[in-house]
Design a protein around this ligand. Structure first.
Ligand code: HEM
Length: 447
């Protein structure tokens, strides 16, 4: 039997684009209900796409990483202005493989296993400054903490003045670079805005972005030069390890490559982890029996089996990153369908995480599904960090941060939600955040 194209909405591309921008979750869930687990879509300015909504189909898409699926080219269309041309996010082929081999060892579980204490200290310092007895957005505090982790443990910056300058300039850079106007701008137009005469027009958002990026670049290049000239013996931060790393030909990374990868880890690593933590608290505060069991385990200080299951369940039930697209170099067979070369193919992470075959009663927040008999089935379909060879290189750091920060908050604060209704999801930069950024009221715990 000859293969056909998958079904999908018949609406014109502009209407599909408008529907997905207005309510992404609703539009994609409706398409899945109507058309099944493999469906197509068309968005203005992009190639035809196929979305998949089960773990088995997702594995077929990830398998294209071995040759023929280009994740870098898809991401480049949105974010090369943020991370440059030598970024693990946006490279493909041999250059990507070279960077992946250089970046993986310093971010590996063993290399970062000593980071726990400093992450705990960063979290404790921030928690000490939280407002008491009045509502605030917890995600903003989580973002302060995860930014500090990147600056101190990934960039390895110790100089107080340089740290202070980055703390003030990075939020502006992330805000401007991640705005919908910059992310959704067609790549050619974005290139045009980055050169004179457009780059001299002061009020354009793109010009303000360039100025913010220049300010951060100046500090990063200066830091790289300093550290090359005067390495800190025994330093374990990621930049120190990258400075020492050599590829298979014995070549070190250039200054530009190092700068691009520092911005990559910042962009890919701090908002995502902060949002994941914000969702974890949002869910915990609406599931008191889970919060009680977790607090008991944290207070006993004995093990962290339940904590680990809570983190997994939070990353399952509220996806931070929506999809993990590949650009197909060759046709891809998905069951009875054949997807032509040149299309995007993307596992839809939240839909896969709500597939009832893998996760019965998917709307329930139930960490127990990652413990005991159900665990193997759940684990197989769990993919908050994507999959294949492009699997998130920072996943182990993110999981470590989440566990350490959760523990610190639960030990020090009693949190309540001023509004018990669940927070809806909304898009912010490249992540899906709780609509009210997890509003909480904190009271210090009595020892
Ligand atoms: C909870 C936090 C995080 C989530 C949910 C997350 C999620 C993801 C996802 C879904 C991908 C795409 C994988 C694919 O296409 O198959 C990805 C890639 C990536 N992530 Fe993360 N991430 C997180 C934290 C981090 C951290 C802390 C870092 C670095 C410090 C990081 C660095 C990267 C990089 C560099 C890539 C590109 C990898 C490649 O293409 O080879 N991420 N992440």
């Amino acid at each position: 039997m000859s293969a056909s194209l998958p079904p999908g909405p018949r609406l014109p591309a502009w209407m599909q684009t408008a529907a997905v921008i207005a309510a992404p979750s609703r539009a994609l869930r409706a398409a899945r209900r109507r058309h099944g687990p493999v469906f197509r879509a068309r968005f203005l300015g992009f190639p035809d796409q196929v979305f998949v909504a089960t773990a088995d189909y997702a594995q077929l898409v990830y398998a294209t990483d071995a040759g023929g699926g280009r994740a870098g080219e898809v991401r480049r269309q949105f974010m090369d202005h943020m991370v440059g041309q030598h970024s693990l996010l946006s490279l493909d082929g041999d250059p990507w493989w070279r960077h992946r081999k250089l970046l993986s060892p310093p971010l590996h579980g063993k290399a970062i296993s000593g980071y726990g204490e400093e992450i705990a200290e960063i979290a404790a310092n921030d928690i000490a400054a939280w407002p008491v007895g009045r509502a605030f957005a917890l995600r903003d505090r989580m973002q302060n903490i995860t930014l500090e982790v990147i600056l101190r443990l990934v960039f390895g910056i110790r100089d107080a003045e340089r740290l202070a300058r980055l703390r003030t300039s990075i939020p502006g850079l992330v805000e401007l670079g991640g705005s919908a106007a910059m992310l959704m701008m067609p790549p050619r137009m974005r290139e045009w805005t980055q050169r004179p005469p457009a780059s001299r027009i002061p009020f354009l958002p793109s010009t303000r972005f360039l100025r913010a990026r220049d300010a951060v670049d100046a500090i990063l290049f200066d830091e790289i030069a300093h550290r090359r000239a005067d390495p800190v013996p025994g330093a374990t931060d990621v930049l120190s390890r990258l400075l020492e790393a050599r590829d298979e030909q014995g070549r070190p990374m250039s200054d530009q490559e190092l700068r691009d990868e520092l911005l990559t880890m910042l962009e890919a690593g701090h908002e995502t982890t902060a949002t994941a933590l914000a969702w974890t608290f949002e869910r915990l505060l609406r599931t008191p029996e889970v919060l009680d069991r977790l607090r008991e385990e944290v207070d006993s200080g004995e093990e962290d089996r339940y904590l680990e299951a809570v983190v997994k369940e939070a990353l399952r039930s509220r996806s931070v990153v929506y999809d993990a697209p590949r650009l197909l170099d060759a046709p891809l067979r998905l069951g009875e369908y054949e997807i032509p070369a040149g299309w995007f193919a993307a596992p839809l992470i939240p839909l896969i995480h709500h597939d009832t075959e893998a996760f019965p009663e998917p709307e329930e927040f139930r960490p127990e599904r990652f413990l005991g008999e159900e665990a193997a089935r759940a684990q197989k379909a769990w993919m908050p960090f994507g999959g294949g060879r492009r699997y998130c290189v920072g996943a182990q750091l993110a999981l470590l941060e989440m566990k350490v920060i959760l523990r610190q908050v639960l030990r020090r604060m009693d949190l309540t939600a001023p509004d018990p209704a669940p927070e809806r999801q909304r898009m912010r930069h490249v992540t899906f955040v709780p609509a009210k950024l997890t509003r909480v009221i904190a009271q210090p715990r009595t020892p």
